[in-house]
Design a protein around this ligand. Structure first.
Ligand code: HSE
Length: 412
């Protein structure tokens, strides 16, 4: 067995041995036999590249600080990039692809910003650049959209794409925990990014909806072009008002394909009816609804963050690289920017508003509204649900009334 094992093996290198990179090594070790049966080859971790000193760890034998030995080692076919961020991940990925290694990644920032050029480079070199783990962690989502839903025109993707903010909103809703305590818990559990700003401000969800929007449109939807609002503006009062009317507040990424081929993508907190299927995603769980013109709505649900769930997606991409080894490579989207929505087709919705203004004035400005109440709510503020309107009309109606909170209400 040992002899055949050595002959029949594929070497990999893991760049970045943090939460996800160490999870990849753990899954490969834990499910070694099972993975061998699927891949018909053993998968051996030959190198681990990290800035940390790994000399006192079980990985010491394969620890390196430099990419060169990995690139020149012909036994390494696949590079796992779990460094995160743009640099040095971009440079390392380019060099690995240029050296004829396939790369699999969990790095949403890199894929959202530079995925198109990296896929093109991979195609030119006849290798793969796969990124299933970059969106919704362990949930199989990108391959099912590409393959199983390939017969459909995708009309919309909407989802809870960030585990940390979902965890925070869940704890605020269910246990009335203050925002800061819930964030601290999410960080200690390893869900939040090192700098949780990316989670809390919606930037992480924005990168993920950009990847999804690029994938379904075939053109690059750049994060800088996508309106993005996080959850800092969500207060305990908003959570209580929403609950009083049977809604939960969830941070959603949405990508809508418009009939003229334009893509509307954005990230913002929304009120969802408690019975909406997406509301079953609590704590760190993610859920994504994909609407196809033939299939209708399909929902994907599972763990969107954490070491082993994300590693599950990375390792499945390693298996995919081996499966598609001799097949022609494709790019999922081009570097050409996607067409942005036209101002003539605004997005309509009902809105939740909390504003320090009196009800009569609001009725005059907004027409038909439904006022909400909560325990402890005083006369100094009003909370209400509007009828359907676009963002511009809402802004015009409320101008001069002081600062207010506004979230879209999403009802099918
Ligand atoms: N910080 C991210 C989240 C990790 O909370 O979803 C997975 O991308």
């Amino acid at each position: 067995m040992k002899q055949s094992m050595e002959k029949n093996s594929v070497g990999i290198a893991i760049l970045g041995f943090g939460v996800v990179g160490s999870g990849v090594a753990q899954v490969l070790e834990k499910n070694r036999e099972q993975i061998w049966r699927k891949a018909s080859t053993w998968i051996e971790v030959k190198y681990i590249l990290d800035v940390k000193d790994l000399s006192a760890t079980p990985c010491a034998a394969c620890a390196v600080r430099d990419l060169d030995p990995i690139l020149t080692d012909s036994r390494v076919d696949i590079v796992v990039e779990t460094i995160g961020g743009v640099e040095p991940a971009l440079e390392y990925t380019r060099r690995a692809l240029a050296a004829g290694k396939s790369v699999v990644t969990s790095n949403k920032e890199l894929v959202a910003e530079h995925g198109a050029q990296l896929m093109k480079l991979a195609q030119e070199k006849g290798v793969s650049y796969l990124y299933e783990a970059s969106v919704a962690g362990g949930i199989p989502l990108l391959h099912p959209i590409k393959q199983c839903l390939g017969a459909n025109c995708i009309q919309e993707v909407r989802g809870i794409l960030n585990g940390t903010t979902n965890y925070i909103l869940t704890r605020m809703f269910r246990d009335r925990l203050p925002f800061g305590d819930a964030l601290f818990e999410a960080q200690t559990k390893g869900y939040a990014e090192a700098d949780p700003t990316a989670d809390v401000e919606g930037i992480d969800a924005c990168r993920k909806i950009c990847i999804l929007a690029s994938l379904v449109s075939g053109a690059h939807v750049a994060p800088a072009s996508v309106p993005c609002e996080g959850i800092r503006s969500v207060t305990a009062a908003d959570v209580a008002y929403a609950a009083s009317a049977g809604y939960k507040i969830k941070l959603l990424g949405r990508a809508l394909m418009e009939e003229d081929g334009r893509i509307r993508a954005y990230v913002a907190p929304h009120l969802l009816p408690s019975e909406d299927p997406l509301c079953c995603a609590e704590d760190v769980f993610n859920a994504v609804v994909v609407r196809g013109d033939a299939v209708g709505d399909v929902m994907f649900y599972g763990r969107g963050a954490g070491s082993l769930p994300t590693a599950s997606a990375v390792v499945s991409d390693i298996l995919e690289v081996l499966r598609e080894k001799d097949m022609p490579k494709d790019v999922d989207w081009t570097v050409t920017p996607a067409k942005e929505p036209s101002a003539n087709t605004p997005l309509l919705s009902r809105w939740y508003i909390r504003i320090p203004s009196d009800p009569e004035q609001l009725r005059q400005k907004l027409g038909q509204v439904t006022f909400l109440s909560r325990q402890g709510g005083g006369p100094e503020e009003s909370a209400l649900l509007t009828e359907e309107m676009d963002a511009k009309r809402l802004q015009q109606s409320l101008s001069g009334l002081g600062s207010y909170t506004a979230f879209r209400v999403l009802e099918d």
